[in-house]
Design a protein around this ligand. Structure first.
Ligand SMILES: [Cu+2]
Length: 298
């Protein structure tokens, strides 16, 4: 039988262990505090240097717009992100504040009364989201009205005919009497492994003019998409759609069908070019003369 009582000894060992643990925890906490701002800085640097120019970064993944309407859509996109980041920063800030400064400690009082039936707080978190949705709705409706606006007298009107699996472009202001459509018409063929992009139909539009697109389909639902218009619209059989753009810079590229429309949907491409007005006039009159001579688009 031992003459030394066991309890005080074991308590002494316990106290010593706790003291060691808390001494070890202090530098660990200090280290965490130093690491947080460094990690944030590293994340910011990573975001800012991932191969984007500053301009590409501020567009948040969108291409440079080539129309007035596209610029409006881009500004709405950027504004929505800024609003989302502000809300995110407030929510994350409150969460981190609670997590870091209000952790349960030894000897903490019991959890305070929760927010159930706390009328002012319940009203706050009902009303604030309504206000946020209202603000987003206001800017979206305003910009959508602008993007959808049709002018009384567009400078150029083009009928876009979508069909499986290509496009036809009819320039309604430039008649070609005796031709199948009666107007300057651009035809083409779908992309193919043999011809690539060389036989695609070509859409040419002038810079700084209002251009109206009338969208019609002869078979199934397609959708017309020129990526830097920041806009796409369905091409529906029996339901003509319309939209207008004013191009702000010369550019060119490949346009797409963006509604899965059948086996060769992905080949339903076209070339597009935005050119200065004088160049557009030269091009369209040359087409008019050539198609008149040939009795229609070839
Ligand atoms: Cu299609």
């Amino acid at each position: 039988m031992s003459s030394v009582p066991s309890t005080p000894l074991s308590r002494g060992a316990h106290d010593q262990g706790r003291a060691e643990r808390s001494a070890a925890a202090r530098p660990a906490r200090a280290r965490t505090r130093r690491l947080v701002p460094r990690a944030a800085l590293l994340a910011l640097l990573g975001l800012a240097t991932t191969g984007c120019t500053s301009n590409a970064f501020t567009r948040l993944g969108w291409p440079v717009p080539v129309t007035k309407q596209g610029q409006v859509a881009l500004t709405l996109w950027q504004g929505s992100w800024i609003a989302a980041w502000i809300v995110g920063a407030v929510v994350w800030g409150l969460m981190l504040w609670a997590i870091i400064f209000h952790r349960k400690k030894r000897g903490s009082p019991p959890a305070p009364a929760q927010v159930r039936y706390n009328l002012p707080i319940e009203m706050l978190y009902t009303v604030v989201p309504f206000i946020m949705v209202g603000i987003l709705f206001f800017f979206t409706a305003r910009d959508e009205n602008y993007i959808d606006k049709l002018s009384a007298h567009p400078a150029v009107t083009i009928t876009i005919v979508g069909y499986q699996w290509s496009w036809q472009f009819q320039y309604k202001n430039y008649p070609v009497p005796g031709s199948p459509t009666g107007y300057v018409t651009e035809n083409g063929e779908p992309w193919s492994p043999q011809t690539g992009n060389s036989q695609l139909p070509v859409l040419v539009i002038p810079e700084n003019e209002t251009v109206r697109f009338n969208l019609v389909s002869t078979d199934v639902i397609h959708a017309f998409w020129i990526v830097p218009f920041e806009f796409k619209r369905d091409v529906i059989p029996g339901h003509p759609n319309h939209f207008e753009v004013t191009a702000t810079k010369t550019a060119s590229g490949i346009g797409h069908c963006t509604e899965l429309c059948g086996l060769y949907h992905s080949r339903m491409l076209f070339k597009w070019r935005i050119v200065p007005q004088a160049q557009f006039n030269t091009w369209v009159h040359a087409q008019q003369a050539a198609q008149q001579k040939a009795g229609g688009a070839q």
